[in-house]
Each structure stands twice: as C-alpha cells, then as structure tokens.
Design a protein around this ligand. Sequence first.
Ligand SMILES: CCCCCCCC/C=C\CCCCCCCC(=O)SCCNC(=O)CCNC(=O)[C@H](O)C(C)(C)COP(=O)(O)OP(=O)(O)OC[C@H]1O[C@@H](n2cnc3c(N)ncnc32)[C@H](O)[C@@H]1OP(=O)(O)O
Length: 216
Amino acid sequence: MSVSPQSDGREIRLVPNVPVGTKLVADRVRDVIDACIHTDSPAADLEAAAQLIEQATQLLRKRSRDTSLQVTRSNGGISINNAIEGPCNPVAPPLTDLAYVDGETSGCVTFPTAAEGPPGRAHGGLVAAVLDHALGRAVAWTVAAAMTVSITVDYRAATPLHQPLCVTARVVSVDGRKVFAEAEIRYDGQITAVAKAIMIVVAGLPSIAPTAVSLD
Ligand SMILES: CCCCCCCC/C=C\CCCCCCCC(=O)SCCNC(=O)CCNC(=O)[C@H](O)C(C)(C)COP(=O)(O)OP(=O)(O)OC[C@H]1O[C@@H](n2cnc3c(N)ncnc32)[C@H](O)[C@@H]1OP(=O)(O)O
C-alpha cells in the first residue's frame, strides 16, 4: 500500500485490491440507509438504533486516514470510494459490471430507495450522474482520462427504482482536447434517458486507454 501525491495537492492511496472488510461495511451501511428510509419503528427503537449506529461510527473512526480516495491498480485509476461506482462508498448506487467492447462502454445499476426523486422513480440528478460517469469511462477507455465541461440529459421515460438498468456510452468524435460522447440508460430494453457530453482531456490524470492521445 502506498500514497501518491496528486497534481492538485491531494493524496490518493493505492491499494492492491478492493478491501473485503471495507466493502462489507459499505454494503451494511447501504442496508442501514434503506432501513432508515423504510422504518416505521417506535421512538424507543429509533433511539436504540441511533445509539448502535453511533457506536459503529466511533469504532470505524478509531483508526482513520486523511485521504478520502483509495485507488486499486487493477481498476485503471478509479477510486474504490468513487461516488458512482465505488464498491466501498455506501452512497454509490453502485454502477457495476463495467465493460469496454468494440468501443462501447456498458455497465449495470439498480437504484435503491435512497435514490428516489419523483415517487417510485430515480432522481433525475442521479440518473445524470450515472450517465456522466459512464461517459467518463467511455472517454477514458477510448481516448484518455477527461473531465466533463458540458452535459445535456433528455429524460424520456421513468427510470424505476429497484430494477436492473443498463447504461451504455461511446465516443462520437474528438476535436483536439475536446471529446464528444453520448450515453443512454435503459430499463427492460427501453431507453429512459440519454446524455450528450463534451469532455476535456486533462494532462496528469491516470490513463486506461490503450493508446492515450498526445496533448502536445
Ligand atoms: C474526473 C477524472 C477522473 C480521473 C480518473 C482517471 C481514470 C479514468 C478512468 C475513468 C473515468 C472515470 C469517470 C469519471 C467521470 C466523471 C466526470 C466528472 O464528473 S468531471 C467533474 C466535473 N467537471 C469538472 O470539474 C471540470 C471543471 N472544468 C475545469 O476544470 C476546466 O474547464 C478544464 C480543466 C476541464 C479545462 O480547462 P482548460 O483551461 O484546461 O481548458 P479550456 O481552454 O478552458 O477548454 C479547452 C477546450 O474546451 C472548450 N470548452 C470548455 N468548456 C466548454 C463547454 N462548456 N462547452 C463547449 N466547449 C467547452 C474550450 O472552448 C476549449 O476549446 P478549444 O481547445 O479552444 O477549441
């Protein structure tokens, strides 16, 4: 395990694999979040539960690190604490099964109750975040690591909670450092939202593309 300084001064820790214990805690926290939203318990039970959660928090804080991001080498520089796909981030939906085949990036996500916007539907901002991440992955895999400067999302139909959704993304064109990409999210084969984005290749970010573009 090592810590590497990043260009913006933050430190990112490199870990060989996703730590099993940390992932387990994140999974249990996802359960707690779901239970918290759905609970109809009486006040005494809520108070007891709050105390138990507080005890668990104190236990986790016994040994803390300053760095918030940990990266596995095997995953091309994406943090295990990433907001969208991080298996060790209990707030990440998470986006899973990411793959890159013939220029097409794909992934799977199931939104939990905590992602609810309109009743029974995923919050549009979270749908956009998942699309943004898939676009970032597609650009990183096809061209080089880049940051979003513009994203437009069209919401065409309800994106349901608790259902397996498929996300797909691809690069459409490249103009210098500007990369134009598009993505969509599907439920049961039907598109519920599409996104178009402009991403800018930024020097110094880790690259997972087979042949990263030259910034010279
Ligand atoms: C996030 C990286 C992760 C790295 C991990 C590595 C592993 C990779 C693997 C997997 C990827 C994972 C997936 C993650 C995906 C998540 C994506 C996000 O959420 S990103 C966070 C939100 N976005 C920002 O915070 C950017 C904020 N903006 C900036 O910091 C700057 O704008 C920056 C650095 C991106 C560019 O600034 P300048 O000064 O270097 O460049 P200038 O000259 O301003 O723009 C370059 C070109 O872009 C055009 N441009 C800029 N903004 C534009 C816009 N809104 N619309 C159209 N064109 C725009 C300009 O006109 C210029 O074009 P002309 O070269 O002259 O032709």
